[in-house]
Design a protein around this ligand. Structure first.
Ligand code: FAD
Length: 279
Protein backbone atom coordinates (compact mmCIF):
# COMPACT_ATOMS: atom_id res chain seq x y z
CA UNK A 1 0.00 0.00 0.00
CA UNK A 2 0.97 3.62 -0.38
CA UNK A 3 0.60 5.50 2.88
CA UNK A 4 0.58 9.25 3.53
CA UNK A 5 1.23 10.32 7.13
CA UNK A 6 0.35 13.91 7.95
CA UNK A 7 2.32 14.85 11.06
CA UNK A 8 1.31 17.77 13.27
CA UNK A 9 3.77 18.21 16.14
CA UNK A 10 6.31 21.04 16.38
CA UNK A 11 9.11 18.94 17.93
CA UNK A 12 10.73 15.99 16.10
CA UNK A 13 12.20 14.67 19.40
CA UNK A 14 8.75 14.52 21.00
CA UNK A 15 6.83 11.40 21.84
CA UNK A 16 4.84 12.02 18.69
CA UNK A 17 8.05 12.21 16.70
CA UNK A 18 9.20 8.89 18.15
CA UNK A 19 5.82 7.24 17.43
CA UNK A 20 5.88 8.57 13.89
CA UNK A 21 9.26 6.89 13.36
CA UNK A 22 7.93 3.63 14.82
CA UNK A 23 4.91 3.73 12.49
CA UNK A 24 6.98 4.51 9.39
CA UNK A 25 9.54 1.83 10.16
CA UNK A 26 6.89 -0.85 10.65
CA UNK A 27 5.01 0.19 7.50
CA UNK A 28 8.24 -0.09 5.48
CA UNK A 29 9.03 -3.47 7.04
CA UNK A 30 5.59 -4.56 5.79
CA UNK A 31 6.55 -3.44 2.28
CA UNK A 32 4.42 -0.30 2.18
CA UNK A 33 5.57 2.95 0.58
CA UNK A 34 5.37 5.92 2.96
CA UNK A 35 5.36 9.66 2.39
CA UNK A 36 5.12 12.26 5.16
CA UNK A 37 3.68 15.77 5.24
CA UNK A 38 5.45 17.29 8.26
CA UNK A 39 3.37 20.42 8.74
CA UNK A 40 5.53 22.39 11.21
CA UNK A 41 8.80 21.40 9.52
CA UNK A 42 7.35 22.40 6.15
CA UNK A 43 6.10 25.75 7.51
CA UNK A 44 2.54 24.93 6.50
CA UNK A 45 0.35 28.03 6.14
CA UNK A 46 -2.77 27.22 8.11
CA UNK A 47 -5.07 30.18 7.41
CA UNK A 48 -7.25 30.16 4.34
CA UNK A 49 -7.28 33.77 3.11
CA UNK A 50 -7.19 35.94 -0.01
CA UNK A 51 -3.53 35.18 -0.59
CA UNK A 52 -4.60 31.67 -1.58
CA UNK A 53 -6.53 33.09 -4.53
CA UNK A 54 -4.39 35.73 -6.25
CA UNK A 55 -6.82 35.86 -9.18
CA UNK A 56 -9.35 37.71 -6.98
CA UNK A 57 -9.50 41.38 -7.82
CA UNK A 58 -9.10 43.81 -4.89
CA UNK A 59 -12.73 44.86 -5.12
CA UNK A 60 -14.10 41.29 -5.24
CA UNK A 61 -15.70 40.08 -2.03
CA UNK A 62 -13.78 37.04 -0.77
CA UNK A 63 -16.05 34.01 -0.49
CA UNK A 64 -13.82 31.08 0.54
CA UNK A 65 -15.91 28.20 -0.86
CA UNK A 66 -16.58 29.96 -4.18
CA UNK A 67 -12.94 30.99 -4.57
CA UNK A 68 -11.80 27.49 -3.71
CA UNK A 69 -14.14 25.96 -6.31
CA UNK A 70 -13.05 28.42 -8.96
CA UNK A 71 -9.37 27.81 -8.26
CA UNK A 72 -9.82 24.03 -8.27
CA UNK A 73 -11.74 24.07 -11.57
CA UNK A 74 -9.16 26.38 -13.19
CA UNK A 75 -6.16 24.45 -11.82
CA UNK A 76 -5.19 27.68 -10.06
CA UNK A 77 -4.70 26.43 -6.50
CA UNK A 78 -1.46 27.34 -4.76
CA UNK A 79 1.44 24.89 -5.24
CA UNK A 80 1.39 23.75 -1.58
CA UNK A 81 -2.28 22.76 -1.82
CA UNK A 82 -1.80 21.06 -5.18
CA UNK A 83 1.11 19.07 -3.75
CA UNK A 84 -1.14 17.78 -0.96
CA UNK A 85 -3.85 16.82 -3.47
CA UNK A 86 -1.29 14.83 -5.41
CA UNK A 87 -0.24 13.01 -2.24
CA UNK A 88 -3.83 12.29 -1.19
CA UNK A 89 -4.65 10.87 -4.62
CA UNK A 90 -1.42 8.84 -4.58
CA UNK A 91 -2.02 7.28 -1.15
CA UNK A 92 -4.17 4.21 -0.50
CA UNK A 93 -4.18 5.10 3.19
CA UNK A 94 -3.98 8.35 5.12
CA UNK A 95 -2.82 8.72 8.72
CA UNK A 96 -3.38 11.99 10.55
CA UNK A 97 -1.07 12.11 13.59
CA UNK A 98 -1.38 14.71 16.33
CA UNK A 99 -1.39 15.34 20.08
CA UNK A 100 -4.87 16.07 21.40
CA UNK A 101 -4.90 19.79 22.18
CA UNK A 102 -8.02 21.19 23.75
CA UNK A 103 -10.04 18.16 22.76
CA UNK A 104 -9.22 18.70 19.11
CA UNK A 105 -6.44 18.69 16.53
CA UNK A 106 -3.71 21.36 16.63
CA UNK A 107 -4.63 24.47 14.65
CA UNK A 108 -1.98 23.80 12.01
CA UNK A 109 -3.66 20.51 11.09
CA UNK A 110 -7.12 22.06 11.02
CA UNK A 111 -5.64 24.65 8.68
CA UNK A 112 -4.28 21.87 6.48
CA UNK A 113 -7.82 20.51 6.20
CA UNK A 114 -9.30 23.97 5.57
CA UNK A 115 -6.93 24.68 2.70
CA UNK A 116 -6.37 21.23 1.20
CA UNK A 117 -10.01 20.17 1.21
CA UNK A 118 -10.91 22.32 -1.78
CA UNK A 119 -14.41 22.75 -3.17
CA UNK A 120 -14.76 20.27 -6.03
CA UNK A 121 -12.11 18.02 -4.48
CA UNK A 122 -13.35 17.20 -0.97
CA UNK A 123 -16.77 18.84 -0.99
CA UNK A 124 -19.20 20.10 -3.60
CA UNK A 125 -18.71 16.78 -5.40
CA UNK A 126 -21.44 14.84 -7.26
CA UNK A 127 -25.04 15.47 -8.19
CA UNK A 128 -27.84 16.59 -5.93
CA UNK A 129 -31.19 15.04 -6.82
CA UNK A 130 -34.13 13.35 -5.15
CA UNK A 131 -31.98 10.20 -4.87
CA UNK A 132 -28.55 11.56 -4.04
CA UNK A 133 -27.16 14.40 -1.95
CA UNK A 134 -23.81 14.73 -3.59
CA UNK A 135 -20.94 12.28 -3.32
CA UNK A 136 -20.04 12.40 0.34
CA UNK A 137 -20.07 10.27 3.51
CA UNK A 138 -18.37 7.20 2.12
CA UNK A 139 -18.53 8.39 -1.49
CA UNK A 140 -16.45 11.07 -3.20
CA UNK A 141 -12.96 11.78 -4.45
CA UNK A 142 -11.22 9.68 -1.80
CA UNK A 143 -13.61 6.70 -1.79
CA UNK A 144 -11.98 3.30 -1.65
CA UNK A 145 -9.07 4.57 0.43
CA UNK A 146 -8.52 4.03 4.16
CA UNK A 147 -7.80 6.65 6.81
CA UNK A 148 -7.11 6.69 10.52
CA UNK A 149 -6.10 8.96 13.36
CA UNK A 150 -2.98 8.45 15.46
CA UNK A 151 -3.52 10.50 18.61
CA UNK A 152 -1.74 11.03 21.91
CA UNK A 153 -3.61 12.38 24.93
CA UNK A 154 -2.53 13.50 28.38
CA UNK A 155 -5.81 12.35 29.93
CA UNK A 156 -6.54 8.89 31.25
CA UNK A 157 -8.37 6.31 29.16
CA UNK A 158 -11.12 6.12 31.79
CA UNK A 159 -11.70 9.87 31.50
CA UNK A 160 -12.50 9.33 27.81
CA UNK A 161 -14.69 6.26 28.34
CA UNK A 162 -18.45 6.29 27.70
CA UNK A 163 -19.19 7.76 31.16
CA UNK A 164 -15.93 9.66 31.55
CA UNK A 165 -15.91 13.35 32.41
CA UNK A 166 -14.13 14.36 29.17
CA UNK A 167 -16.78 12.81 26.97
CA UNK A 168 -16.17 9.60 25.06
CA UNK A 169 -13.24 9.56 22.70
CA UNK A 170 -15.51 8.32 19.89
CA UNK A 171 -17.70 11.41 20.33
CA UNK A 172 -14.74 13.80 20.54
CA UNK A 173 -13.18 12.37 17.41
CA UNK A 174 -16.47 12.04 15.49
CA UNK A 175 -16.16 15.47 13.82
CA UNK A 176 -12.79 14.42 12.44
CA UNK A 177 -13.57 10.77 11.67
CA UNK A 178 -17.00 11.34 10.20
CA UNK A 179 -16.90 15.02 9.21
CA UNK A 180 -13.37 15.20 7.77
CA UNK A 181 -12.38 11.64 6.80
CA UNK A 182 -15.65 9.87 5.94
CA UNK A 183 -17.08 12.98 4.24
CA UNK A 184 -14.80 12.92 1.16
CA UNK A 185 -15.06 9.15 0.94
CA UNK A 186 -12.49 7.45 3.18
CA UNK A 187 -13.20 4.19 4.95
CA UNK A 188 -12.34 5.28 8.47
CA UNK A 189 -10.47 2.90 10.74
CA UNK A 190 -10.82 2.98 14.52
CA UNK A 191 -8.40 5.57 15.89
CA UNK A 192 -5.15 4.60 17.57
CA UNK A 193 -5.10 6.53 20.84
CA UNK A 194 -2.30 6.55 23.41
CA UNK A 195 -3.58 7.90 26.74
CA UNK A 196 -1.87 9.34 29.81
CA UNK A 197 1.32 9.94 27.92
CA UNK A 198 2.79 12.99 29.62
CA UNK A 199 4.97 11.03 32.04
CA UNK A 200 5.56 8.00 29.89
CA UNK A 201 8.73 6.10 30.83
CA UNK A 202 10.78 3.82 28.57
CA UNK A 203 8.69 0.72 29.41
CA UNK A 204 5.47 2.65 28.81
CA UNK A 205 6.82 3.89 25.50
CA UNK A 206 7.71 0.38 24.37
CA UNK A 207 4.20 -0.85 25.20
CA UNK A 208 2.63 1.93 23.12
CA UNK A 209 5.15 1.40 20.32
CA UNK A 210 4.38 -2.33 20.15
CA UNK A 211 0.64 -1.66 20.03
CA UNK A 212 1.29 0.84 17.23
CA UNK A 213 3.44 -1.65 15.29
CA UNK A 214 0.59 -4.16 15.50
CA UNK A 215 -1.85 -1.55 14.22
CA UNK A 216 0.45 -0.72 11.31
CA UNK A 217 0.59 -4.43 10.46
CA UNK A 218 -3.21 -4.50 10.18
CA UNK A 219 -3.67 -1.16 8.44
CA UNK A 220 -4.92 -2.83 5.27
CA UNK A 221 -7.21 -5.37 6.92
CA UNK A 222 -8.75 -4.00 10.11
CA UNK A 223 -12.52 -3.38 9.66
CA UNK A 224 -13.53 0.24 9.26
CA UNK A 225 -16.01 2.05 11.51
CA UNK A 226 -19.47 1.09 10.20
CA UNK A 227 -20.79 4.57 9.43
CA UNK A 228 -24.01 4.67 7.45
CA UNK A 229 -23.97 5.50 3.75
CA UNK A 230 -25.74 8.77 3.02
CA UNK A 231 -27.11 7.68 -0.36
CA UNK A 232 -27.83 4.08 0.62
CA UNK A 233 -31.42 4.69 1.69
CA UNK A 234 -30.81 5.17 5.41
CA UNK A 235 -31.50 8.90 5.23
CA UNK A 236 -34.48 10.82 3.92
CA UNK A 237 -33.70 13.26 1.10
CA UNK A 238 -33.66 16.25 1.31
CA UNK A 239 -33.97 16.49 5.11
CA UNK A 240 -31.05 14.01 5.53
CA UNK A 241 -32.67 12.70 8.70
CA UNK A 242 -32.11 9.09 9.66
CA UNK A 243 -35.14 7.16 8.41
CA UNK A 244 -37.66 6.40 11.20
CA UNK A 245 -37.23 2.91 12.57
CA UNK A 246 -33.53 2.70 11.81
CA UNK A 247 -30.90 2.63 14.48
CA UNK A 248 -30.68 1.45 18.03
CA UNK A 249 -33.63 3.10 19.79
CA UNK A 250 -31.34 3.82 22.73
CA UNK A 251 -28.66 5.48 20.60
CA UNK A 252 -28.53 9.25 20.40
CA UNK A 253 -26.29 11.86 18.88
CA UNK A 254 -23.29 10.64 16.93
CA UNK A 255 -23.93 6.95 17.62
CA UNK A 256 -27.05 7.08 15.43
CA UNK A 257 -24.82 7.25 12.38
CA UNK A 258 -23.35 3.82 12.97
CA UNK A 259 -25.25 0.90 11.55
CA UNK A 260 -23.88 -1.19 14.35
CA UNK A 261 -23.26 -0.13 17.89
CA UNK A 262 -19.66 -0.27 18.98
CA UNK A 263 -18.25 -0.80 22.39
CA UNK A 264 -14.71 -0.29 23.54
CA UNK A 265 -13.07 -3.47 24.67
CA UNK A 266 -11.94 -3.24 28.25
CA UNK A 267 -8.42 -4.33 27.35
CA UNK A 268 -7.76 -2.25 24.24
CA UNK A 269 -9.23 1.16 23.63
CA UNK A 270 -8.57 1.13 19.91
CA UNK A 271 -10.27 -2.19 19.33
CA UNK A 272 -14.01 -2.35 18.74
CA UNK A 273 -16.58 -5.04 19.12
CA UNK A 274 -19.44 -4.79 16.64
CA UNK A 275 -22.92 -5.55 17.96
CA UNK A 276 -25.53 -5.67 15.20
CA UNK A 277 -28.75 -3.93 16.24
CA UNK A 278 -30.93 -4.16 13.18
CA UNK A 279 -30.99 -7.92 12.59
P1 FAD B 1 6.14 14.69 24.83
O1 FAD B 1 5.90 15.81 25.79
O2 FAD B 1 7.17 14.85 23.80
O3 FAD B 1 6.45 13.35 25.63
C1 FAD B 1 5.57 12.82 26.61
C2 FAD B 1 6.33 11.88 27.51
O4 FAD B 1 6.77 10.76 26.75
C3 FAD B 1 7.59 12.53 28.12
O5 FAD B 1 7.61 12.24 29.50
C4 FAD B 1 8.71 11.84 27.41
O6 FAD B 1 9.87 11.74 28.19
C5 FAD B 1 8.08 10.46 27.19
N1 FAD B 1 8.78 9.57 26.25
C6 FAD B 1 9.01 8.25 26.48
N2 FAD B 1 9.69 7.71 25.50
C7 FAD B 1 9.91 8.67 24.58
C8 FAD B 1 10.58 8.69 23.33
N3 FAD B 1 11.14 7.60 22.82
N4 FAD B 1 10.62 9.86 22.67
C9 FAD B 1 10.03 10.97 23.16
N5 FAD B 1 9.39 10.99 24.36
C10 FAD B 1 9.32 9.86 25.06
N6 FAD B 1 -4.50 16.25 26.81
C11 FAD B 1 -5.76 15.77 26.81
O7 FAD B 1 -5.98 14.61 27.15
N7 FAD B 1 -6.81 16.54 26.39
C12 FAD B 1 -6.64 17.83 25.98
O8 FAD B 1 -7.62 18.47 25.60
C13 FAD B 1 -5.32 18.37 25.99
N8 FAD B 1 -5.10 19.63 25.60
C14 FAD B 1 -3.82 20.10 25.53
C15 FAD B 1 -3.59 21.39 25.03
C16 FAD B 1 -2.30 21.85 24.91
C17 FAD B 1 -2.08 23.23 24.32
C18 FAD B 1 -1.21 21.05 25.31
C19 FAD B 1 0.22 21.56 25.20
C20 FAD B 1 -1.42 19.79 25.81
C21 FAD B 1 -2.72 19.29 25.92
N9 FAD B 1 -2.98 18.00 26.36
C22 FAD B 1 -4.26 17.52 26.41
C23 FAD B 1 -1.88 17.06 26.64
C24 FAD B 1 -1.30 16.55 25.32
O9 FAD B 1 -2.25 15.76 24.65
C25 FAD B 1 -0.04 15.75 25.55
O10 FAD B 1 0.90 16.62 26.19
C26 FAD B 1 0.55 15.21 24.26
O11 FAD B 1 -0.32 14.25 23.70
C27 FAD B 1 1.89 14.56 24.51
O12 FAD B 1 2.49 14.27 23.26
P2 FAD B 1 3.94 14.86 22.93
O13 FAD B 1 4.39 14.22 21.67
O14 FAD B 1 3.90 16.35 22.97
O15 FAD B 1 4.72 14.26 24.18
Amino acid sequence: MKVLLVFAHPEPRSLNGALRDVAIEELRVQGHEVRVSDLYADGWKSEIDRADFPFLTPEARFKPAAASGEAFAADALTPDVKAEHEKLLWADALILQFPLWWFAMPAILKGWVDRVYSYGFAYGVGEHSDRRWGDRYGEGTLAGKRAMLLVTAGGWEEHYAARGVNGSIDDLLFPINHGILYYPGYDVLPPFVAYRVDRLDAAGFEAVAERLRERMRTLGTIPSIPYRRQNGGDYLIPSMQLRPGLGDPHAAGFALHLNETTAAKADGEDEIVAVPVEA
